[in-house]
Design a protein around this ligand. Structure first.
Ligand SMILES: Cc1cc2nc3c(=O)[nH]c(=O)nc-3n(C[C@H](O)[C@H](O)[C@H](O)COP(=O)(O)OP(=O)(O)OC[C@H]3O[C@@H](n4cnc5c(N)ncnc54)[C@H](O)[C@@H]3O)c2cc1C
Ligand code: FES
Length: 300
């Protein structure tokens, strides 16, 4: 399969082939995209935009986190894996794409998860809904299983950065759990919560976090991704226990590279004022203490 690449001023647009688009849970798919160049460069926490339909419907791209990079038998990256849940028109169109179809994509976008925590130690990922997707590559990187990106910087060297990684993963119901085996294979301890009690803890993933911190666990970093109300609660809990917390925001996006301002979030500035910042270029990962959560929740 071949990829035809076009570049504009801001970001590289590509037409890439779908290698596979497989159902992995209820309404949830993993699509593998034939893009060796992006696979070599993308970092955990970065995302790409996918125009999911045929032709121009829908016109706008949709943002998706890197789930992982696929590698050949020699370890060379050759494709991008994205895990997505069908929630509307764009994701439904993506689910209809078949092996050999072509998609227009652009990226890698955003700043990723940034430098690893210092000092090193255990980390906890908190995911709600489809919010687990950015954490597989991050876990593999921080547990020393895989390196990402081409610049071989400190962040991307294949070194063990944390000795233990835990995923606290909450979904509405057990049949929505996606990729649990991938995390376990990567050496991540997974604890599950479901709203309806069909698997794991009957309740929210934030209950699991609170229980661990109240029990004396002190991760060097909590990283969270999910619905805004969950993120606000994770931010409040980690603040109470004085634990460092980063959040990956999933705001609506149209361009993905800073020109449309459709993705802004209220971010507290050093002087204490609140400014609207573009999540696509200044995030999507932010320090949880920098996000004005009351304003975020007020806008939902
Ligand atoms: C940086 C980033 C990374 C993401 N990574 C993933 C991923 O790995 N996997 C995945 O499944 N999804 C991910 N998302 C969310 C994904 O982009 C949306 O689910 C998708 O754009 C929805 O498109 P749609 O056309 O199917 O839905 P639409 O028809 O546009 O919307 C359907 C419903 O979903 C709501 N909705 C749409 N987008 C969002 C959003 N961003 N936040 C909250 N509600 C929304 C709408 O309000 C509407 O109610 C990510 C978003 C961002 C910003
Ligand atoms: S999505 Fe266009 S500025 Fe962020």
């Amino acid at each position: 399969m071949t990829s035809g690449n076009v570049t504009n001023d801001c970001v590289s647009h590509r037409t890439v082939a779908v290698i596979e688009n497989a159902s992995i849970a209820r309404d949830t798919y993993r699509v593998r995209l034939d893009d060796p160049a992006m696979a070599r460069g993308i970092l955990p926490g970065q995302f790409l935009m996918i125009r999911p339909g045929e032709g121009s419907d829908p016109l706008l791209g949709r943002p998706f986190a890197l789930y992982d990079v696929a590698r050949d038998s020699s370890g060379t990256p050759f494709a991008i894996d994205v895990v997505y849940q069908v929630v509307g028109r764009g994701t439904a169109a993506l689910a209809r794409r078949r092996t050999g179809d072509y998609l227009n994509i652009w990226g890698p976008l955003g700043n990723g998860f940034g430098p690893p925590p210092d000092p090193q130690g255990p980390v906890v990922f908190v995911a709600g809904g489809i919010g687990q997707t950015p954490f597989l590559a991050l876990a593999r990187n921080w547990l020393g299983r895989s390196s990402y990106g081409s610049d071989r910087s400190q962040q991307n060297k294949q070194i063990k950065i944390c000795d233990r990684a835990t995923l606290l993963y909450g979904v509405r119901s057990a049949d929505l759990l996606a990729g649990v085996a991938d995390f376990e294979d990567a050496g991540v301890e997974v604890e599950i919560a479901t709203d309806d009690g069909t698997a794991g803890h009957h309740g929210f993933t934030t209950d699991l976090l609170e229980r661990r911190l109240a029990g004396g666990e002190r991760p060097v970093r909590v990283v969270a991704c999910g619905p805004p109300a969950m993120l606000a609660k994770v931010a409040r809990i980690t603040l109470n226990y004085n634990v460092s917390c980063h959040v990956s925001l999933e705001n609506h996006m149209a361009c993905g590279f800073g020109v449309c301002f459709s993705c802004v979030a209220p971010i507290v500035q050093p002087g204490g004022s609140i400014d609207l910042r573009r999540v696509c270029v200044e995030g999507a990962v932010f320090d949880a203490r920098a996000v004005a959560w009351d304003a975020v929740l007020g806008s939902h």
